[in-house]
Design a protein around this ligand. Structure first.
Ligand code: GH3
Ligand code: MG
Ligand code: MG
Length: 314
């Protein structure tokens, strides 16, 4: 489950993993009313294999940003019809944070107040024409590096290290946002907690490393099965699914399906031939605090364990 905010972070990471030459994946938008200047900047960019988009003024630039959400860097002239570069900067910053997109202002004017205005309006950097090609590349690639570092850190902060599932922190943040929306429309919220049965005995019998492999195998199935839901590893051998606007019947059908699937196929994970089951506690109702929802689901989960495990209790 990937939200819009995190999509860029995941895309960056995927690209890093694919080990493609980086620049080919970096989209740069060049905004200048002079076609000749655009051509010059674009030829510099294409020599380093950046993906290039062009706009001849601020309005066109904003439309392109909306249409192409993964533009990473905007290089903008200052004096343009309709909207100056520094105003464009301000508009971009109203919509996109500076850990999402970098802006580099360019201007022919040598008035120093211009660079200040660019920076005040949220530009990351400023170049004065005529600029040295080497300097242009250095500033551009430093800004791209910064965006990638932030994306990597954000992804790591939201991901469980062992299973690569979204972690508890991410789950709390995202469900809290969603619950606020659901509360406004007075819809019921819906959440389940899953826990491996007798996991301790898997560790005790086969060792902690095998226990880890079981957690990883389960996580892959879990993520695939609940592709459209917000999921997380809450900790240990405990997982959660948040169902947003799904009906109670539909959610229970999915959960029962997953419980059954694990009962049948757990032994195939990583060729370990270890069979295990899971217990699930499910809540549905007008509850809009994530900690309260989890508390109620945990009570149901406890009931599932008490009643003999390998069961969904709602
Ligand atoms: P129940 O059916 O009641 O849930 O029993 P259980 O054994 O699954 O539950 P218990 O809470 O007694 O034990 C959970 C175990 O999970 C204990 C802990 O060592 C193990 N565990 C927690 N995190 C990890 C992990 O990251 N890797 C491994 N291998 N084990 C873990
Ligand atoms: Mg357990
Ligand atoms: Mg447990």
């Amino acid at each position: 489950y990937i939200t819009k905010e995190n999509k860029q972070a995941y895309q960056y990471l995927e690209k890093q993993l694919q080990r493609l030459p980086r620049n080919e994946n970096v989209k740069v938008l060049v905004v200048d009313d002079s076609a000749a200047t655009r051509r010059h900047i674009c030829s510099l960019l294409s020599r380093h294999k950046y993906q290039i988009l062009q706009a001849s003024d601020g309005i066109e630039a904003l439309a392109m940003l909306e249409k192409t959400p993964d533009i990473a860097v905007i290089i903008t002239d200052n004096e343009m019809p309709n909207m100056n570069g520094d105003e464009l900067c301000g508009e971009i910053r109203r919509l996109y944070s500076n850990d999402e997109k970098a802006i580099i202002g360019i201007s022919g004017s040598d008035a120093s107040h211009l660079s200040t205005r660019f920076l005040k309006n949220g530009a990351n950097d400023y170049l004065r024409k005529p600029f040295n090609n080497e300097e242009f590349y250095c500033r551009l690639s430093q800004n791209v590096d910064m965006l990638e570092q932030i994306a990597t850190i954000r992804l790591q902060a939201n991901t469980d290290f062992l299973t690569k599932l979204p972690n508890r922190r991410y789950f709390f943040e995202e469900t809290t946002k969603s619950l606020k929306k659901i509360e406004k429309s007075s819809q019921a919220s819906s959440l389940a907690m899953l826990d491996i049965d007798h996991f301790k005995s898997i560790n005790d019998t086969h060792g902690h490393d095998v226990g880890d492999e079981v957690l990883k195998g389960l996580s892959i199935c879990f993520a695939k099965y609940f592709e459209k839901q917000l999921i997380a590893r809450l900790g240990g051998e405990e997982f959660a699914v948040y169902f947003g606007e799904t009906s109670k019947e539909e959610a229970l059908k999915r959960l029962e399906g997953f419980r059954h699937f694990i009962e049948l196929s757990s032994s195939e994970f990583s060729n370990l031939k270890i069979k295990f089951t899971i217990s699930i506690g499910y809540v549905h109702g007008p509850v809009y605090q994530i900690d309260e929802l989890l508390k109620q689901a945990d009570i149901k989960l406890y009931e599932a364990k008490e009643s003999g495990r390998n069961i969904v209790i709602s």
